[in-house]
Write a protein that binds this ligand. Structure first.
Ligand SMILES: *Cc1c(COP(=O)(O)O)cnc(C)c1O
Length: 362
């Protein structure tokens, strides 16, 4: 049973639409492939996709994610970034009209042997060292794929979160050089795409024909330097109710391992969210939450179903009141740093038992 007494994420779809618009302002000459993989980074792929009608295309990681969107009535172009792995997935891509990324020789073999004609992107490895064809093999690959409709050349940036890293410009140059070499002989090779959110925010030169924002759509910055101001609006507000308020005497401790004890008489709120909801157990001591809009700190260890928060003497807190764990007023980036991780893992780690509530639904 779902009750309003449980941990909740409120998803502000208008904020996501705003962030898409912001990406457009930053990259006005580019088309936008909005990345909604991993259930739109934990925000709900179907709801987000329905809201993002202004995007020029959507992108998912796996064919099954594209099928889920289509089954929910999402139209428009959907690109499968990870490509199709076998005949079954290729059939899905055909039936559900999904664009596919070809990043290995095996993909090309699959397309040939199935006599399939798909809209494809070719993925080139320009330095990420993960997926993609080596630039020098691309011409031959294209010769072997005469029946496909090539949408463009795609690559992925490895270090765009660091504005001073020279690798990004090198990756861009490699992709541009390849595109120029192939352009006379192969249709579609004049279109290139390589910027993720960090590339959009840090490297205007890398915007090119298509940008692929993910994280920034959800209102978090991927930049290493979190002091860089952006106009992103956080789309996820993670809250949980207070389920007990305890009076503690000086010297009494709280939680597993008794890692914290009260230095003076005080009150502690027990909040019903823990690592079983996706709140990271690894946070540093002193990590903040918002109680009545004010910062208070988590004390003791985060456990599976709850955490404990030290209250100020003047705090008026009752059972059922909601505490904000991240969202407007408490950046998820800050919690990520405190947990030694990145906002991506926090967003995608919200667990199934957390209730999702939407604002601004289409
Ligand atoms: C996930 C992904 C993106 C989006 O990256 P963000 O850092 O979230 O903006 C873009 N392109 C590819 C190929 C991806 O896998």
């Amino acid at each position: 049973m779902i009750t309003n007494r449980q941990a909740t994420v409120v998803i502000d779809l208008d904020a996501i639409a705003h962030n898409l618009q912001y990406a457009r302002e930053l990259a006005p000459a580019s088309r936008i492939m909005a990345v909604v993989k991993a259930d739109a980074y934990g925000h709900g792929a179907v709801e987000v996709a329905r809201k993002l009608k202004q995007a020029d295309a959507l992108a998912v990681a796996r064919a099954g994610e594209g099928v889920t969107l289509r089954d929910s009535g999402v139209g428009g172009d959907i690109c499968v970034l990870g490509g199709v792995m076998n005949r079954e997935e290729l059939n899905l891509a055909s039936v559900y009209e999904l664009q596919v990324v070809v990043h290995t020789e095996e993909h090309a073999d699959l397309l040939r042997s199935a006599r399939a004609r798909r809209k494809v992107w070719l993925k080139i490895d320009t330095g990420m060292g993960r997926l993609g064809l080596r630039p020098e093999t691309v011409a031959q690959m294209l010769d072997n794929l005469p029946h496909q409709k090539l949408l463009g050349l795609m690559s992925h940036l490895a270090n765009a979160d660091d504005v001073d890293d020279p690798g990004t410009e090198q990756q861009l140059l490699q992709l541009q050089t390849l595109s120029q070499e192939l352009r006379p002989g192969y249709e579609g090779t004049d279109v290139i795409s390589l910027a993720n959110s960090a590339g959009i925010l840090n490297f205007p030169s890398a915007h090119q024909d298509w940008v692929r924002p993910g994280l920034m759509l959800y209102g978090a910055s991927p930049l290493r330097d979190l002091a860089v101001r952006t106009e992103l609006e956080p789309a996820m507000q993670f809250t949980a109710p207070v389920i007990a308020v305890r009076k503690m005497s000086a010297g009494e401790s709280v939680g597993y391992g008794s890692t914290w004890s009260a230095s003076e008489d005080c009150r502690v709120a027990v909040v019903a969210a823990g690592y079983g909801d996706g709140y990271p157990r690894e946070i540093q001591p002193g990590t903040p939450v918002l109680v009545n809009g004010e910062r208070r700190t988590i004390v003791g260890r985060v456990s599976m179903d709850m955490m404990t928060v030290s209250l100020a003497a003047h705090d008026s807190v009752a059972i059922g009141d909601r505490v904000t764990l991240w969202g407007a007023g408490l950046p998820i980036e800050e919690i990520a740093v405190s947990a030694g991780t990145i906002p991506y893992t926090l967003m995608t780690g919200i667990s199934k038992r957390v209730r999702k509530v939407y604002r601004g639904e289409e």
